[in-house]
Design a protein around this ligand. Structure first.
Ligand SMILES: Nc1ncnc2c1ncn2[C@@H]1O[C@H](COP(=O)(O)OP(=O)(O)O)[C@@H](O)[C@H]1O
Ligand SMILES: [Mg+2]
Length: 299
């Protein structure tokens, strides 16, 4: 069975998309079969991995983007998977094993204009279609916007684990707190649609510090997060094994550059080419995070 994981925080700009793209690439490099599903209508992960030209083609028609499975319902998830999404200039495959379900801006229509059958909410439609291809993957990752509206709900309902990217600031703590509250409400709301085969409703399994500047002491924000996490664990609103991950992702210019180049950091540059297991750079941070996720026992 694939492990299904959402990256989400109620705060924007914490690094959800950077983390998920680079972690997905690291998992693929480690030989895992990975599907990344983009549920953020801003489409950052899709534009990043497809580059602008290919993504523009999708966006101009909406054909092949995730919203097409909801309206007009003509496509199935299995039809819109973009296999081995990363391509070089001549169409050569740069990272086999990393597939994408892309989004375009029309996903925003799911929130208001969509009038589906109330007995079949969008997250159930998506879940059932995803189930048909789940066996093809070791990991299915969901990039979510900073809310639990309909698009996010598809990821949240389908996944069994949640990782929360945080920066060492008060807003990240607030975002985490809000997330856990809204998550609890969503699980109550969607409980009647859950079947035992779906596994446990997703809880927070881990917090990941992102964009940490060299020499900055993060002990105080870390302690505050740990206290909040402990409270949630006591209240059974976070997984018993939930923890702050050992691996922190450093702040690095190459992360920002990678977006513009349409590549995960590991494929960007000579700087990134030095990916020996012991090398001290952000590529290795992502690789260590991927390994930590692989070994982190799900509760
Ligand atoms: N480790 C990092 N080092 C430097 N910049 C980063 C890092 N992680 C993210 N960023 C930058 O921070 C901004 C927000 O990141 P993003 O992943 O889009 O956040 P979110 O998806 O949570 O909104 C982007 O410009 C991204 O390039
Ligand atoms: Mg994002």
């Amino acid at each position: 069975m694939a492990r299904k994981i959402s990256f989400i925080n109620y705060k924007g700009g914490v690094g959800k998309t950077s983390l998920i793209v680079n972690t997905a690439a690291s998992l693929a490099r480690l030989g895992k079969r990975v599907l990344l599903c983009d549920f953020d209508t801003q489409s950052n992960a899709s534009i990043w991995l497809l580059k602008l030209d290919r993504w523009n083609k999708l966006n101009s028609t909406g054909e092949g983007a995730v919203y097409s499975i909801f309206d007009p319902g003509r496509a199935q998830v299995r039809d819109i998977v973009i296999k081995d999404v990363l391509e070089g200039k001549t169409g050569e495959k740069l990272l086999p094993g990393l597939d994408l379900v892309a989004t375009t801006f029309n996903l925003v229509d799911l929130e208001n204009e969509y009038n589906g059958d109330p007995k079949r909410p969008p997250y159930l439609v998506f879940y059932e279609q995803l189930a048909a291809i789940e066996a093809n993957y070791d990991f299915i990752l969901f990039d979510c916007p900073p809310n639990i509206l309909r698009a996010s709900q598809c990821g949240i309902f389908s996944c069994n684990e949640i990782y929360v990217p945080v920066n060492p600031d008060a807003l990240s703590l607030i975002g985490f707190t809000l997330l856990v509250e809204k998550l609890y409400k969503f699980h109550q709301l969607s409980a009647s649609f859950r079947r035992s085969a779906m596994g446990v409703p997703a809880q927070v399994q881990g917090l990941v510090f992102n964009s940490i500047k060299a020499g900055v002491d993060i002990e105080v924000p870390k302690m505050r997060l740990q206290l909040r996490l402990n409270q949630f664990k006591t209240a059974k609103r976070a997984a018993p094994v939930a923890k702050i991950f050992e691996t922190q992702i450093r702040d690095a210019m190459v992360v920002r550059r990678a977006v513009a180049l349409g590549l995960p950091v590991m494929l960007v540059s000579a700087e990134a080419a030095d990916t020996g297991a012991g090398s001290d750079n952000v590529v290795n941070d992502y690789r260590r995070l991927a390994s930590e996720i692989i070994t982190h026992a799900s509760a």
